[in-house]
Design a protein around this ligand. Sequence first.
Ligand code: 1GP
Length: 242
Amino acid sequence: MTTIYKNIQASIKNNEKLFAVLIDPDKIAFSTISSFIKKLSTSMATHIFVGGSTVKEHASHDLVIEIKKYTKIPVILFPGDIQQLTGKADALLFLSLLSGRNSEYLIGKQVKAVSKLRTMNLEVIPTGYILIENGKQTSVERVTRTKPISRNDIQNIVDTAKAGELLGMKLIYLEAGSGALKPITADIISAVKKELNIPLLVGGGIKNKKQLDDAYNSGADLVVVGTAFEEDESFLEELKKN
Ligand code: 1GP
């Protein structure tokens, strides 16, 4: 049961760029989900991520059920906490916050998640999550009480990503943070990509097509965008399927 991950690998092998729309259950009005998902289905989106830093109990579960009424695009959990787990999704990014030194977000929450995961038939994808400083404090930083890695410390970012791969993680996610002022730079993405043999996800602060293309051209395999669509859905219309 490793379909989603295998499909990601296959797409990368075929030089296809992957694109995830991130939906935060606390930021979308339930009544607008159907129209948003219909619009999203005509875009280049290959995945839907569901998650947020401070989501209310059951909100992710209800949202995933609602999304799945309108699309077959795979839904992947990108959870900020254990209560966001739901067996209704297709897969879970099982995140470990490698940039921080708060053991709760490196391994503590993951141990606590296991009893829940046992009851679910979710594809679990171990993911090294690396928060990079972007000009303002992000909710990941606030909630996890960890410091991001400086955007100038590229060697540290590369070594952290590589350590994740060597620990057996299947994906690396470079995160500038939701609503970041500055997305992850081309220099950082290309330096990390050069050393990695696993897929590279990039997200945070991407608001237009140029920034999206820059991320792909620097080596991102999958780009995640959330806030830009919360602010203006017309950006989604720019991202039509080829
Ligand atoms: C946040 O990387 C994601 O975890 C997406 O960020 O909301 O800024 O697009 P934005």
